[in-house]
Design a protein around this ligand. Structure first.
Ligand SMILES: [Fe+2]
Length: 332
């Protein structure tokens, strides 16, 4: 496995790049916008194809690199389901799997630092975002944070993991790189409490300045999704326009979502399933057969389908459209 821990010294953020092999698919967790060139260079050097990028929560201290990476590498952006609706192209629920080639992560809903905080468990490693830090925990005084929720996320979820599990946090301000569940249980001063009340008392008595970037970072990070207007520019069609094409039996509908999303959200009748990840292969194999077909892509919120249209252009396919706003707009 390839595992790289990358650091942004301005916001003290750790970003993780993971892949199962050189030349394969890759995943990035908590990228920082200003480091995008660095990530892309590293992906190129390791011959990796970035397919998913995750934010553990809406960050307040830096602008996330997920949108820039999406636009430059055509990857799927992903957060937990409690993240604002239009930030990412794919949401996952508590306990749902996040898969790329040879790698599987389990999403754990661990609110408290913010109400949209998720951790991601990968075998003997857990990416804890700002929920559990090395010898610390993420503050709980803004973005709907709650010390009580965090107590339960810590004591009922993360600390229940095997004690040799490695902890990979989203930040460290003292130069520590990695810890373990057992080590934190023993030495993290915030975890030496016997009740949620006691924990809340500690957290509510921290007197902390707001992060310097907060007023810029939070609103920017909530708007990283592709707007409906932007989606329209990539041969976007409205629900009414797609319905008309279906009624006239005038198109081939392609659903780009993954099985878990289709199970949860349902799909449009008559569509065929080609997950976004597999689209390059699909286009490569079927290019000749589909060159005269009118393809209409759709996904969860319209981002992956907009990227799919762009991808098709590199295969010189015309007659390609996509549904603006995805299945979400369709069901509305
Ligand atoms: Fe944070």
């Amino acid at each position: 496995m390839l595992f790289r821990q990358l650091f942004d010294s301005i916001s003290s953020t750790y970003t993780y790049l993971i892949a199962s092999r050189k030349g394969g698919e890759a995943l990035i967790i908590d990228p920082v916008l200003e480091k995008t060139d660095h990530y892309i260079r590293l992906l190129d050097q390791l011959e990796l194809r970035l397919v998913k990028v995750i934010d553990t929560h809406i960050h307040a201290d830096h602008i996330s690199g997920i949108a820039e990476l999406r636009d430059r590498t055509k990857c799927v952006t992903l957060m937990g389901e409690h993240a604002p609706a239009d930030v990412v192209s794919m949401h996952v629920k508590d306990n749902e799997k996040v898969k790329i080639e040879g790698i599987e992560l389990t999403a754990l809903y661990t609110p408290g630092h913010t109400d949209d905080s998720y951790s991601f468990l990968m075998q003997e490693r857990v990416f804890t975002g700002d929920t559990l830090l090395i010898r610390g925990t993420g503050r709980t005084d803004f973005q709907n944070g709650s010390p009580y929720d965090q107590y339960h996320s810590l004591f009922d979820r993360l600390l229940k993991l095997p004690e040799e599990t490695f902890i990979h946090p989203a930040h460290d301000y003292k130069g520590d790189l990695v810890s373990t569940i057992g080590e934190e249980r023993k030495f993290n001063p915030r975890l030496q409490v016997t009740s949620a009340e006691e924990y809340a008392q500690i957290m509510n008595n921290l007197i902390l300045d707001n992060p310097k970037m907060m007023d810029v970072a939070v609103p920017t990070n909530k708007k990283l999704g592709m707007s409906l207007d932007q989606q329209k520019k990539f041969n976007g069609l409205s629900v009414a326009e797609v319905k008309k094409m279906i009624n006239n039996k005038d198109c081939c509908l392609i659903d780009l979502r993954e099985d878990t999303e289709i199970e949860r959200q349902g799909s449009i009748e008559g569509s065929i399933k080609v997950s976004f990840n597999k689209l390059p292969d699909y286009l490569h194999k079927t290019r000749k057969d589909i060159s005269k077909t009118k393809l209409v892509f759709y996904c969860a919120v319209g981002e992956r389908s907009a990227l799919a249209v762009q991808l098709c252009q590199s295969y010189s396919l015309t007659n390609i459209n996509h549904l603006i706003g995805g299945i979400k707009k369709w069901q509305e």
